[in-house]
Structures are given as structure tokens and as C-alpha cells.
Ligand binder design. Sequence first.
Ligand code: DGL
Length: 270
Amino acid sequence: MSRKASRPAARPIGLFDSGIGGLTVVRALLKLLPRESLVYLGDTARVPYGNKSRETVIRFSTENTLFLLRHRVKLVIVACHTASSFALPLLERQFKQPLLGVVAPGVAAALAATRSGRVGVIGTAATVGSGAYVRGIRRKRPGIKVFQAACPLFVPLVEEGRLNGPVTERVAREYLAPLKRARVDTLILGCTHYPLLKGVIARVMGRGVRLIDSAEAAARQAQALLEGEGLLVAGSGRPRHRFFATDAPDHFKRFSARFLGRPARQVSRA
Ligand code: DGL
């Protein structure tokens, strides 16, 4: 190993997700911390996590974390909301390395945004069922009213590239109707894929409802955490980004641009 890579701050940031959606967090990180190197693992062989049991998601998340730690990352970001909801507390007890999920950053951003104290959360069936967002919000501010809705069809719609159009609009209207009725003023996009549906969701929810993009909130929290630990990369060397998929790396590469804004240059099989 080179002397440079052995310095903790020079090590990459690691991220994992159930598949390709976590690239929304990579995109936010590239924008905020362009000098950091990244290692991304997409568990494409076992996606989706959003309809799996807690035990299974914990097992997969532990394996994914071990994979990233073998790449000597300085921080593990659990970019998947389902994995953050079910597995993060356990991973934090199991590993001593810095870990960051996407739930806490979304909660903090929502609490800063709400004026009425009525907050909505949308996510996979597993994320909503776990109650992780509700607990996270109530722990910080018990008086907040939280309303949740699972939106399972959003993930396949995004993966099929249906970011707009009548089908997506119809599905969004149906899923979001209870949250509109609840008059939330802030809505947490509690799934990797939902930032890509911001346009439709904003239209359906109407003006005055703040959408919380957890990908951006997580990138800001990663920056603060690394800064606090003295682990932000120093100097102006070229960052190196590596992408791994547990299955079909070519497919991952082909669809990466939708989430990343540009195609991932090289995707290897994990
Ligand atoms: N990455 C998942 C999440 O953020 C969505 C896709 C899946 O169900 O695995 O919850």
C-alpha cells in the first residue's frame, strides 16, 4: 500500500445500497466533496430490500459493511433507507469504524424545515413498517405529528425511467392522497429512488410543501462528520471512484447515469 493511502484521511468513503438507487447519495457527495475518493457497493444480486424481513436486511447489511471495510474505507455510509432503518443501530454496535445512515440526516433536515409540526414520510414498505423515521423524529421533538405512506411502485417506476407521465402521476396521486389530507408541510423522501421523482411529487403535494432530499442531507452530514474527525481529504490529488455490483455490473453501468447524472466509468463484479 502507498504511504498516501495509509493515511486515514486519504482513504475512500464507502457506501452501500441494495442496488443502484444509492447513486443519488454518490451524486450529492461528488457535488459537495469533489476531492474524496469513493467505493460504492450495489447489492444488485439481492435487490430489492424494501420487501424483505429485518433479519435478512441485517444479514445483507453486515456483509456489505464487511466488504467496504476490506477496501479500507474511512467512513461507511448506509445509503439505503431500508438498510438504515433496520440495520444501522446494530452495525454501530458491531463495528467501531464511523458509520452514517440516511435516516438521521433526513430527520434533522425535516425538523429544520417544518413550520406546522406536521411531517410526512414516504418509503418502502419495510422502511415505513420499521418505524425508524417516526422514532427518529419523536426522539428529537416529541410534539411533531408524523404521517407515513409506503410507495412500493415508485422504485420500479424509477428503474423503468418513468420519472414523469400519466402512470407515475396517477400512482403518486393515490399514494400521496392521505399525506395531502393530513396537511403535512414537509415530506421526507425516505428512499434512494424518490429524489428522481421530485418533480411529480412536488406537483402532487402542491406549493408550500418542502421536500426533504435525504441524499443531500446525508452528504452534508458526512462532510460534518469527516470534518469533526479530521478525516477530510487534504491536498489536491485526483480522487478515485470504484463501483461494485454483486450481479450484472454491465446493467448497473448502463443505468447508472440516470441516478448519477453521468455513467459510472468502471463497474466491477463484487
Ligand atoms: N434502496 C432501497 C431504499 O432506499 C430501495 C430499493 C429496495 O427496495 O431495495 O429503501
